[in-house]
Ligand binder design. Sequence first.
Ligand code: HPA
Length: 269
Amino acid sequence: MTTKAEELAGLIRDRAGAAPVALGLVLGSGLGHLAEEVDGVAIDYADLPGFPHAGVSGHNPKLVIGELEGVRVAVFGGRAHYYESGRGDAMRLPLEVLKALGAGALIVTNAAGSMRADIPPGDLMLLRDHINFSGLNPLIGEPTDARFVPMKDAYDPEMRASLTAAAEAEGIALRHGVYAWYSGPSFETPAEIRAIRTLGGDAVGMSTVPEVILARFLGLRVAAISTVTNMAAGLSDEAISHEHTKAMAPLGAAKLERIVRRYLRGLVG
Ligand code: HPA
């Protein structure tokens, strides 16, 4: 762990209390409501030196530490995307801080375009694997042998089973699929979408994969859920835009919240 992460964890403990955090949550575009549900302390990223700017509209760059369903969580209301800075490791420090706060697990959420007719907008998809279509890696430049992170079962099978059970208990359809990371910020072309689909992708988005790689590097268990906001480029007549993403994300967000809450109750009970 870097000294910087330890220092920031100390600063956060001073403000939010010393009890260790069990789990981190990264909230995707338009999925910020959950942060408001946490009974705890919100700290602006701007007050955490070295935290990314995370300035994409639809995100709320605050770290909220507190209780949700009896579990001590750290909720990242904003994420830094590769396309904002050209840095694939933009979320490294926040995730190191999460680890330094004691967390053993992370749930990442995102908004995504679907490439499957049976996963329409408004549906949720639990990631069972990913394809790094960008060719980038957040661990480029990491000098230690720890950089050779195995990625089989990167999406923790036990967490996936528990989240699946939580969705079933809530009566919510949770699809399973493969997420393809495309760097953005431009959306994909229809030809790219056909290519990604042919390669085995089920949903496509501009985030998550670097965070999952970093989290595995740090030894955190990981799960990730996409809220489908649109059919990917060329698969429907609907125009794709960030406005549309933000407008559609709340459709899935309410379901996502119920699943996460049920999952957390399962950790306690
Ligand atoms: N492509 C990439 N990212 C996205 C999309 C998409 O279609 N929808 C929401 N985020």
